[in-house]
Design a protein around this ligand. Structure first.
Ligand SMILES: NC(=O)c1ccc[n+]([C@@H]2O[C@H](COP(=O)([O-])OP(=O)(O)OC[C@H]3O[C@@H](n4cnc5c(N)ncnc54)[C@H](O)[C@@H]3O)[C@@H](O)[C@H]2O)c1
Length: 380
C-alpha cells in the first residue's frame, strides 16, 4: 500500500473495508467492528490517486468509504466489484465525484451522508454572507497590519441586509435552511430559483409573515422565480445551494454576473464549478462594491489567478461542513451505509436520519442513492 500510510482497525474482522481518509470520532469504527469488518484507513492527508485506491482494495475488499476529492468512476468500481465489493459510500452529501451510473451498472450500491450537513453548511453560508457584507476580512487585515488609528465615521462601511432581498439558487435541504435563517433571523425577503417548488419553505415563511404582521412588524415575502436571471437581477444577496451537475456547471458566468446589482453579494457553499471563477475575478475587479464569499473553488485546492488578492472577496478552504458534530455524523452515516448493506439490512426510506445518530440505530442503511435503480428493499 506504499507510499501512503495505512492503519488497520479490528484486523480479525472477516469483511474488509477500505477507508481513504481518517474520519473523526470512534462511533463509526464501532459500527463497522460490530458488522465484523476489518477496517483499513489511509492516514495520509494527500489526495489518494486512483491507482493507490485500487492497490489498497486489492483482491479482497467488501466495501469502501471514499472522499469528494477522489474520482469514483468505472475503474474503481470495477476493482471494488472484482475484489468482492458490495457497497461504496461517499463521505459527503454531494456525489458529483461519483459515477453513480457506472456503479449501478456493476450492481454496486452508492451511499451518501445527507441531513447532518444541513444546518452546519447553512450557518457557514450565513457567516460568509455577513463577512462579505460587513467586510470583515479586509477590516481584520487592516487591523492586524497596525493601520487602525481610531474610530472613524466612515471606516469600512458595508451593507445592511435587514429588509433587503436574498436570492437562493437551489432551495433543497441547505438552501431552505439558509433561507429560514436569513428571513427569520435577519428579516430579509426571500426569492428562490429551483427546478422544483419548495412548498414547505413557502408555507413556513408565509406562517412566519402572518406572525410578524400580527405583532405589527413589517411583512416579508417568499416566492419562487421562473429563471435564474430574474433572481440575479432582483436579489441584493445571492447564495448558491444547488447540486453540481451538467445543469449547474458554470451557471454563474460573466453574462449572469453582469445582471446582478453593482453592490450585490454572492455566496457559494455548494461546489466551486457552479461559478466560472476567472469571470468572477474579472467581475470583482471591475466592481469594487460587489462582494463574494466563497467556501468552494472551481479547481480545488487551486484558486483562479488573482482571486486571493481581491479585497472584496472573503475565502475559506471548503470548511462549510466542518463542525465536530457534523463530521462525526457523516462518519456514522457512511459507516452505517456500509455496515447496513453488508449485514443485509434494507434501505432507510425517510428524510429524518437522526435515529442513526442517537440511541439504538435502526437496522437499515441510511442513504443509498441508487437503491431504486438496483431494486434494493426499502425499510418499512
Ligand atoms: N461546501 C460544503 O462543504 C458543502 C457541504 C454540504 C453540501 N454541499 C453541496 O451542497 C449541495 C446541496 O446540498 P443539499 O443537502 O441541500 O442537497 P439537496 O439535494 O437537498 O438540494 C439541492 C437543490 O438543488 C436543486 N437543483 C438541482 N439542479 C438545479 C438546477 N439546475 N437549477 C436550480 N436548482 C437545482 C434541487 O432541486 C434541490 O432542491 C450538495 O449537492 C453539495 O454539493 C457543500
Amino acid at each position: 500500500m506504499e507510499p501512503f500510510q495505512w492503519r488497520t482497525h479490528h484486523p480479525e474482522g472477516r469483511r474488509r473495508v477500505v477507508v481513504t481518509k481518517e474520519l473523526p470520532g470512534q462511533r463509526w469504527l464501532e459500527i463497522l467492528t460490530a458488522a465484523d469488518c476489518r477496517v483499513d484507513v489511509c492516514t495520509a492527508s494527500d489526495v489518494l490517486p486512483v491507482d493507490a485506491i485500487k492497490t489498497a482494495m486489492g483482491t479482497n475488499c467488501q466495501a469502501a468509504i471514499g472522499q469528494l476529492t477522489e474520482e469514483w468512476g468505472e475503474e474503481l468500481f470495477q476493482t471494488l466489484r472484482e475484489a468482492g465489493g458490495r457497497v461504496y459510500s461517499n463521505y459527503a452529501v454531494g456525489f458529483n465525484n461519483v459515477d453513480v451510473d457506472a456503479a449501478t451498472r456493476l450492481g454496486l450500491p452508492v451511499g451518501n451522508t445527507p441531513g447532518v450537513l444541513t444546518e452546519t453548511t447553512a450557518e457557514m453560508a450565513v457567516t460568509l454572507t455577513f463577512a462579505a457584507a460587513r467586510r470583515t476580512g479586509e477590516a481584520e487585515r487592516y487591523l492586524r497590519a497596525g493601520n487602525y488609528k481610531g474610530w472613524l465615521p466612515s471606516l469600512f462601511l458595508g451593507e445592511l441586509l435587514m429588509g433587503k432581498t436574498v436570492g437562493i439558487i437551489g432551495a433543497g435541504r441547505i438552501g431552505a435552511t439558509y433561507a429560514r435563517m436569513m428571513a427569520q433571523g435577519h428579516h430579509m425577503n426571500v426569492i428562490y430559483y429551483d427546478l422544483y417548488a419548495n412548498q414547505q419553505l413557502e408555507d413556513d415563511l408565509a406562517a412566519y409573515n402572518d406572525f410578524r404582521v400580527s405583532r405589527g412588524q413589517a411583512p416579508l415575502t417568499c416566492r419562487r422565480v421562473d429563471t435564474v436571471e430574474d433572481l440575479l437581477q432582483e436579489a441584493d444577496c445571492v447564495s448558491i445551494h444547488t447540486v453540481l451537475d451538467d445543469s449547474t456547471r458554470h451557471m454563474i458566468n460573466a453574462e449572469r454576473l453582469g445582471l446582478m446589482k453593482k453592490n450585490a453579494i454572492l455566496v457559494n457553499t455548494s461546489r466551486g464549478p457552479v461559478i466560472k471563477e476567472d469571470e468572477l475575478v474579472a467581475h470583482c475587479r471591475a466592481h469594487p462594491d460587489f462582494r463574494a464569499g466563497l467556501d468552494v473553488f472551481e479547481n480545488e485546492p487551486e484558486m483562479a489567478p488573482g482571486l486571493s488578492e481581491l479585497d472584496n472577496v472573503v475565502i475559506v478552504p471548503h470548511i462549510a461542513s466542518a463542525t465536530s458534530w457534523t463530521r462525526q455524523g457523516m462518519a456514522i452515516l457512511a459507516a452505517s451505509n456500509v455496515a447496513g448493506l453488508l449485514r443485509g439490512y434494507p434501505v432507510w426510506n425517510r428524510p429524518d436520519i437522526m435515529p442513526f445518530l442517537e440511541g439504538e440505530p435502526p437496522r437499515a442503511a441510511p442513504s443509498i442513492i441508487n437503491a431504486e435503480a438496483l431494486g434494493l428493499t426499502l425499510a418499512a
